[in-house]
Design a protein around this ligand. Sequence first.
Ligand code: CDP
Ligand code: MG
Length: 700
Amino acid sequence: MGDLPIVRFEEKIVETVKENPVVVVIGETGSGKSTQLPRILYRRGYAKSGIIAVTQPRRVAAVSVSRRVAQEQNVRIGEEVGYAIRFEDRTSEKTRIKYLTDGVLLRESLFNPELNQYSVIILDEAHERSLNTDILLGLMKRLIKWRHSNLKVLITSATLDGGKVSRFFSDCPVLTVPGELFPVEIVHISEPPKSYVEASLKKAIDIHVREPEGDILIFMTGQDDIEKLVLKLEERVQSLEEGSCMDALILPLHGSLPPEMQVRVFSPPPPNCRRFIVSTNIAETSLTVDGVVYVIDSGYVKQRQYNPSTGMYSLEVVQISKVQAKQRAGRAGRTRPGKCYRLYPSTVYHDDFLDATVPEIQRSSLAGTVLYLKSLDLADMDILKFDFLDSPSVKSLEDALKQLYLVDALDENGSITSLGRKMAELPLEPSLSRTLLEANELDCLSQALTVVSMLSSETTLLPAPSKSSEKKRRHTPLNLPDGFGLGDHIQLLQIYEQWYQTDYNIDWCKENNLQVRGMLFVRDVRKQLSQIMQKITEGSLDVQTSNRRRGGQQEYKNLRKALCIGYANQLAERMIRHNGYRPLGFKSELVQVHPSSVLKSDEDGMLPNYVVYHELIVTSRPFMRNVCAVEMRWVAPILAKLEKLNVFKLSGGSSQPDNQIQEVALTVEKKEIAAVQPPEDRASMIQAARERFLARKGQK
Ligand code: CDP
Ligand code: MG
């Protein structure tokens, strides 16, 4: 690895780090920032007084880069070199270089605000502008003041505007490591294609047939596209005349791939074989695949976007930014001159693409982050004034405060409650940590732990889709339970309980089309969460015994109540006159229960008046995903709280609000009140009765 650009700058880097508490290192992707920087500092003795931490925004990168470095250092993973991601800690006493997700480092700072175990903290991939890395940037600024004599902070990035970060850290030095990229010829398509999957297919085969050797990297937007394109490529490659061109190896690359599939892209290809790597934007900067000469850039990326006014998420395929397009093209010139085919006209690139990607902090729900900041107990902590590299919108901070207030994590003055502190200790979103704590009170913790663990291991939620059809699952396979029609959380619980009854039998998972790896992960997560709960509640719970108990009707009911309290900000009321639900507390349009839900209407054909939902997501229409029926008497206290809501007070602002803000707070309040009238008024009751009558009639 002696030839990586970063290694040639070793002296300069070490010298600068020695003289400065904070250093920004900018270097092309693949220049060795993630793998070599910590090794250099390790060689130079920086791991003697503490551990060298390297954060990664992506779990996959933390795992794969640490494995690579362990290999280079000739040690086993988990010993001198290890990694820690949520629910998976592969470090030990011996660990000197620790890769961890930025989220894990944030959590660690909650328990140890000075992060004393670390002598060096490298915030890697800062250009990704992940929410957690952005928060860490703000925290490092404080930390450096406390620990200026024994902490080094490095911020590394492929493309970041170094000047901006440098100014943020009182003009710290910026080291630029020149990459040695070969020229990349950029070819734009003249007309935007109808389908970028088809266009990529055509281009890839074209390259394969006509161009000299070299791997092809294709940027798609997500797992669906990737699977589709991989299938098509396989088909097409097979139909090529034998011997007409070299062999082909087609490899998908995305975050939900099992680890053994992910590492395949790093092993060298067999001789006389061209690799097609079909990837998400993970290969843009966080993972470098050697041997790529051709890049096909769809010009799109799938982005999760949160709208604080409506409480809705959307998973949208959006245009990439100019910075991203340049990164993608750069991947073609690592080993020799390459070519990048852009599946969009150059006018689109120039006129439509944003210069840089919108940072995650400006498109995420901030409830977890705000709870975290509040629980740090920093002096002068007015959340609305935290020192961010780029500030989130006031609207989204207010949304977060509102949610935290509704789940009792903050009191009406915006101070964190003792409940809120306990919630912050759980590595979960606030709604789920609140559910666990309530469940503990209601004596159904064991059940709630199961549900929360199932929800936290997303990959297992749905039975693996069958190959033949991509259709949404409307009915559960016959042998899986149906949640008594009360909702998806109950079903998740029942599935796990059935598995438990088989003594965690792996064949049972396979028979029921559940991912084995995922289910084992759920079991592991559940164990970890129950340990944390033991700690938080000072051992006052007996999870082990309750684990042996089958959920009785009372426990299901208590569980639903706990969910109702945890999801207080994710509550929807059925609109009797319209076909749909209205999410309470938001300016939302009507939403529907997702077709995959097991929620059922009652014997009168009516869906429940109130449900809580895990997520509101806009796909073709706005849907609630993972819903659970709740009862009016549990809902009433939440409605009352909504009425009292004053966002300005919640933010911790102590001075008199200026008029404008006050006005905003008041209008929000009025709208909330208007939104929370329960459907129990006379007119709608009559209407409801009529609907029920008609529904009954329709059944006969
Ligand atoms: O972080 P940066 O993009 O600057 O580069 P890096 O991730 O440190 O990668 C440096 C070199 O190590 C590249 O040539 C990668 O191909 C290689 N590498 C690898 O072979 N396997 C990994 N899991 C990670 C890096
Ligand atoms: Mg890197």
